[in-house]
Design a binder for this molecule. Structure first.
Ligand SMILES: Cc1ncc(COP(=O)(O)O)c(C=O)c1O
Length: 384
């Protein structure tokens, strides 16, 4: 098929070529600045032990979907613990965070409803919206003003049975900034809309004992639908939807990613369960992480680098040009600092960047070392 060859050629010409390379971090003097293992729990002995116990008890696979014989007691224990942790009536686990978002949106949104989403939401939310086949209006990133205008405009022709949904992330994955959740909740109330919040990068980091940004802002009672993943701060794999009882029943009955997908592997559920326990009992892991991230971001911004509006453990460094971003990342790797260039379509055109995930596995000394190297390379590349 000729079109495939020319598509691949074009990706190379545009500096948009991607490869899934083996990360040589293990045993190498490399500082990995792009892992989402924010709290270092993926290698925590208690998390690994819990995964091992679940693996031995239940086997390597749940071996069928949740509605057949795939629901194991470890799933139930995990969901009970997650609901209690997030102060939500119910928590329902999915194979991944991607599937959780797909399942949630395609189940609660009907084709005749209307969605309003932040321009920068994650691909899993975008794909869920596309699959719902409902019409969606995108508002400018974090702009309450633009959203308010759109809600007012479309309220005029709203049909009585039509639901309005607002969709956002709480911590934006590629920008590291925070959604104005309190303002979004107010707009949702004013226009009788349902707010869906993806807490993928907030769970374990923000809020009381890592309960998320919704919790930190004390709007738990107003957000009835949220999702998260176990693959970031929780150091495991899998996803979850937090919701009320009847929505949980709806998802169990109609969410295709739950019905037609083998249940979360028991080892991953066991690991996630242990991670929640550690996050809750350690109390200040998120606070310490954010302290390190602020320290690192300040070193970069003081040197003149554009770290955008980051307010979390995700620190972007805006470069702009695809080729230059690739070059900076490659030079950093030569210096033992592992980063990859984030390019379109993951971020908008002209906004290629380095996306640094600060983790508790990074010492202050390592962060300072990485910042010095990055500033030096950025200077030679004319970024500052
Ligand atoms: C905001 C957001 N939502 C959902 C996901 C999907 O999570 P998972 O990797 O568990 O599929 C990710 C990350 O990949 C994400 O960044």
């Amino acid at each position: 098929m000729d079109w495939i060859k020319s598509r691949l050629e074009q990706l190379k010409l545009d500096s948009l070529w991607r490869e899934a390379k083996v990360f040589a971090g293990e045993g190498f003097p490399t500082i990995n600045l792009c892992s989402n293992d924010y709290l270092g729990l993926a290698k925590h002995p208690e998390v690994i032990e819990a995964a091992g116990i679940a693996l031995v008890s239940y086997g390597a696979s749940a071996s069928s979907s949740r509605l057949v014989s795939g629901t194991l007691s470890v799933h139930q224990k995990l969901e009970t613990a997650l609901a209690k942790f997030k102060k939500s009536p119910r928590a329902l686990s999915f194979g991944t965070g991607y599937l959780a978002n797909l399942g949630l949106i395609t189940s609660v949104v009907r084709r005749s409803d209307l969605l309003f989403c932040d321009r920068l939401i994650h691909a899993s939310l975008v794909d869920g919206i596309a699959l719902s086949r409902a019409k969606c209006h995108r508002y400018r990133h974090n702009s309450l003003e633009h959203l308010s205008d759109l809600l007012a405009k479309y309220s005029a022709s709203r049909r009585s049975e039509q639901n309005f949904f607002i969709v956002t992330e709480s911590v934006f994955s590629m920008d590291g900034d925070l959604a104005p959740l309190t303002g979004l909740a107010e707009l949702a109330k004013k226009y009788n809309a349902i707010l869906i919040v993806d807490e993928a990068h907030a769970l374990g980091v923000f809020g009381d004992c890592g309960r998320g940004l919704v919790n930190e802002l004390k709007i738990d009672d107003e957000i009835i639908l949220s999702s998260a993943t176990f693959s970031k701060a929780m150091g495991s794999y899998g996803g979850v939807v937090f919701c009320e009882e009847d929505i949980c029943q709806l998802l169990v009955n109609i969410a295709r990613p739950l019905i037609y997908n083998t249940a979360l592997p028991p080892a991953q559920a066991g690991a996630a369960l242990a991670a929640i326990d550690i996050i809750e009992s350690s109390k200040n892991l998120g606070e310490e992480l954010l302290k390190r991230a602020r320290f690192f971001a300040k070193l970069l911004s003081n040197a003149g680098l554009n770290t955008m509006n980051c307010e979390s453990q995700i620190v972007p460094v805006l470069v702009g040009d695809n080729e230059k971003t690739l070059r900076v990342a490659s030079k950093l790797r030569e210096e033992g600092i592992y980063l990859v260039a984030i390019r379109p379509p993951t971020v908008p055109h002209g906004q290629s960047r380095l996306r640094i995930s600060v983790s508790l596995t990074h010492s202050y000394q390592q962060l300072e070392h990485a910042a010095i190297k990055l500033i030096k390379i950025a200077t030679t590349e004319g970024l500052i």
